[in-house]
Design a protein around this ligand. Structure first.
Ligand code: NIG
Ligand code: FE
Length: 413
């Protein structure tokens, strides 16, 4: 459908061309006040200011949609989720309130292993339906592209099952999905005393099977004390890279794990989490092409220190924001909340947070040429807000759903 959208209060993140933003650049968010926007075959084609619209012929082949003062933004690009899972884990949430740590819960067979047991018992079709429902809800909250990881399978069959679910979601979904293989999420109980054997299973069996069915775009490892160390992370990533999977790494969540340095050394697209990062690792990241993906809702939910966004930006890092949606550390995929929390707790400016959750989020999935800004030729994946006084009102009024409607590929959902 061809559409002319009129009376846009603010058209946000308008850029003729785009590149990954880093450091100071992230505070610049180009906005057109009182704008119109033309959509052609699901893509953004032209824009301008309302006073000049009279001169622009309204085409016979297009419908006119009056946005009535809505603010229009590119949809959120959520570059880090574990959207496919079989069951919630609120019992553990209560355990944590009662004083148990994340590591203690993991050590007594809870955490990721609990999710793996549930996922192993659940049929592929049931997983698909659950994940599909979650995806639909997230789209209504403004998510217009998403990355989804495996890592709750932890056996050859179950990891492949998870990745097949993601592949079927890709086929069904109107929004782009990227698939990440995270077999190295934790050691299954059977391999507790023989880590080498599980790493061999990942490298010798899982990765070749994934290559044969083309089931993944990226490879991820939970680089963390008690999980996978930097040398193991490197070995696993290199095996993935040999079949064309680029690394996106869980790094520096609970400890100074060396994950950031390992990711940068491997040329990772992103290193994600970064709750526990020091100056040395920040410098390494700043000097690289790797994006630092911050997951504030995971820090919030686990009561960890928030990621040092200001230090990362001052050093010139490229930052993306993502939800980490998963049943253990972030049981919400609401990117509006992620943006608000980044401003409130990490002191990101609203402009920085919106850039990080849109354009840089797109680059964190290598979709920067397709999504993340109002740019001619990019997909018309757009958020229409209720009338708001200014852009800063979005993170300021946290917890209030200010989305009026969402457009995906030029169609309202
Ligand atoms: O990104 N840190 C590792 N993985 C997930 C948590 C997984 C879980 O607890 O189920 C994360 O926070
Ligand atoms: Fe994660």
């Amino acid at each position: 459908m061809n559409l002319l959208i009129t009376n846009i209060h603010q058209l946000v993140n308008v850029r003729a061309t785009t590149h990954l933003l880093r450091g100071k650049e992230m505070a610049e968010l180009p906005v057109i006040e009182n704008a119109w926007l033309r959509i052609r075959e699901g893509k953004i084609s032209e824009y301008g200011v309302m006073p000049e619209l009279a001169d622009t012929t309204i085409l016979a082949s297009e419908e006119v949609y009056n946005a009535k003062g809505a603010t229009v933004l590119p949809t959120w690009c959520d570059s880090h989720t574990h959207l496919v899972f079989a069951a919630s884990r609120e019992a553990e949430f209560v355990d944590k309130i009662n004083g148990l740590s994340y590591a203690e819960i993991a050590a007594k067979g809870g955490g990721i292993l609990q999710s793996a047991r549930k996922l192993q018992e659940t049929a592929e079709d049931a997983l698909l339906e659950q994940a599909w429902q979650r995806l639909q809800s997230l789209m209504k909250l403004g998510t217009g592209a998403i990355e989804i990881k495996s890592g709750y399978g932890l056996t050859v069959d179950s990891e492949l099952k998870m990745l097949r679910v993601i592949k079927r979601l890709k086929e069904r979904s109107p929004i782009p999905i990227k698939a990440t293989f995270l077999g190295a999420h934790t050691y299954p109980t059977a391999y507790k005393e023989d880590h080498e054997k599980y790493i061999r299973l990942i490298i010798d069996e899982m990765i070749p099977a994934i290559a044969a069915e083309k089931l993944a775009d990226y490879i991820d490892v939970f680089c963390e004390e008690g999980f996978f160390n930097p040398a193991e992370t490197e070995r696993i990533c290199l095996a993935g890279m040999a079949i064309g999977l680029k690394p996106k790494i869980h790094a520096n969540q609970l400890h100074l794990s060396g994950g950031t340095e390992t990711g940068v050394k491997l040329g990772a697209v992103t290193v994600d989490h970064l709750e526990t990062i020091d100056e040395q690792a920040i410098n390494v990241l700043a000097g690289s092409q790797t994006i630092g993906t911050l997951l504030p809702t995971a820090a919030f939910f686990l009561r960890l220190p928030f990621q040092p966004a200001r230090a990362l930006l001052t050093k010139g890092c490229a930052i993306a924001l993502a939800s980490d949606f998963n049943p253990g550390s972030s049981p919400s995929g609401n990117m509006n909340l992620v943006v608000a929390m980044s401003c409130i707790q990490m002191k990101m400016l609203p402009e920085e947070a919106i850039n990080a959750a849109t354009l840089n989020g797109a680059y964190a999935m290598e979709l920067g040429q397709e999504l993340g800004s109002i740019t001619p030729g990019k997909r018309a994946n757009l958020i229409f807000t209720q009338p708001i006084p200014s852009l800063a009102y979005l993170p300021y009024a946290f917890g209030t759903n200010l989305i009026d409607t969402v457009m995906i590929n030029g169609t309202f959902i």
